[in-house]
Design a protein around this ligand. Structure first.
Ligand code: IMO
Ligand code: MG
Length: 380
């Protein structure tokens, strides 16, 4: 069997959904293992745009691929219901291919209220993520399994109706161990949310999300048995960030406006304009090491079509070894030959060689557009 992971290598929004969706047809399961509805994974299927916040980025046209929402997630059940209803409209009966880990914790209304009231200084997505994980760590959180036990006592299970609705759509509530044999006999694709630089341990604290966005999150979700053949880290050919915190290669003013427009860099979850800057190989190398990334996937080459030279930060004055080293980092930038048309792959060689040289990771795939046909196996 062959298992892979697709992780965000930077500050999220790198195109993980797009890549996962394209690769998913060759896998039996696509498994989300961290985060919640703070993720916004954009997928184009037959030219139609879908944004998944909780559902793994499965290509539901391929009947054999199933979705699993793992125990490391925090799940807003009403949001999940809305996404399932939406998916079911296009793919009737799809709920039977969606499994939810009973050990996952839930996001409650009070968590979203608390997020709004207390986490504006981080730039939180207000999806209740921090407060839900806070209760989990404080040992006062609620697991989906607890709610299912109380399903017939609505007073004790305020989410009984939505759980029943999810069941009526065919969703299965289970645990990894209950279906371990099936997982062991399958090809697994683990889809990360957020990115290594937003990871609670290795991201640029305190400007981080609250879950394990590295390979560690896969093991923490009960999948220690799943040996990974490759861990792909996804990065754009420029960099974006939503929310506050250090961003060493950030552009400002008109230069930022121009790049933001080229990449249509507005949040899939919140609609916020993203902060933008050039590719940062010091941050990417740090993320590869901390994230367990063995191979890279670079996306959005098309947005820089026609730029004669593309700036890239190759290192910082002082190599970052810890999140603290990103505060006041001084990037050292070079310029590499640009491309007229990203679909003429020969023009991308200089840029990709530079990335491989500094990160010491081979590039596996590249993407130069939103369609699945725009994803190319670079290594082939
Ligand atoms: P995907 O999976 C980009 C950012 C928020 C904020 C910080 C904390 O689409 O790549 P949170 O709501 O998690 O407490 O917010 O993390 N953030 C993301 N930025 N993409 C994401 O997910 C993100 N999920 C959280 O903007 O700065
Ligand atoms: Mg996103």
């Amino acid at each position: 069997m062959s298992n892979i992971a697709v992780l965000g290598a930077m500050w999220g929004d790198e195109g993980k959904g797009h890549i996962t969706h394209r690769l998913s047809r060759d896998y039996d399961w696509v498994i989300r293992f961290n985060g919640g509805a703070n993720a916004g994974h954009t997928i184009y299927r037959d030219g139609v745009k879908f944004v998944h916040n909780l559902l793994p980025s499965v290509d539901f046209r391929h009947a054999n691929t199933k979705a699993y929402l793992g125990s490391g997630m925090v799940i807003d059940l009403e949001k999940l219901r809305d996404e399932v209803v939406e998916a079911d409209r296009t793919y009737p009966g799809v709920g039977k291919r969606i499994y939810v880990d009973k050990d996952a914790f839930i996001v409650e209304h009070k968590h979203k209220d608390e997020d709004k009231a207390t986490n504006a200084h981080i730039g939180s997505t207000n999806r209740g993520i921090g407060p839900a994980y806070k209760e989990k760590i404080n040992r006062s959180g609620k697991r989906i399994g607890d709610l299912l036990t109380n399903l017939n006592h609505p007073k004790d299970s305020p989410y009984a109706d939505v759980l029943k609705e999810l069941r009526s759509k065919g969703l299965m509530f289970t645990t990894v161990l209950e279906i371990e044999d099936a997982f062991r006999a399958s090809n697994l694709l683990f889809e990360g949310a957020q990115g290594v630089l937003l990871d609670i341990n290795h991201g640029i604290y305190p400007y981080v999300s609250c879950s394990d966005a590295t390979v560690g999150g896969i093991i923490a979700s009960g999948f220690a048995f799943a040996k990974l053949d490759r861990v792909y880290g996804v990065a754009k050919c420029c960099t974006t960030k939503v929310g506050e915190g250090p961003f060493p290669t950030e552009l400002h003013g008109e230069a930022a406006d121009d790049l933001r427009k080229l990449g249509n860099e507005f949040g899939a979850t919140t609609g916020r304009p993203r902060r933008v800057g050039w590719l940062d190989l010091a941050a990417l190398t740090y993320a590869c090491k901390k994230g367990g990334i063995t191979h890279l996937i670079l996306t959005k080459f098309d947005i820089l079509n026609g730029m004669p030279k593309v700036p890239v930060a190759v290192m910082y004055k002082k190599t970052p070894f810890s999140p603290a080293d990103f505060f006041n980092a001084v990037p050292l930038t070079t310029e590499v030959a640009g491309w007229e048309d990203a679909k003429d792959y020969s023009q991308l060689k200089d840029f990709i060689s530079l990335v491989e040289k500094f990160t010491k990771r081979p590039v596996g795939f590249i993407s130069c557009g939103t369609d699945e046909k725009d994803i190319t196996n670079w290594a082939a």
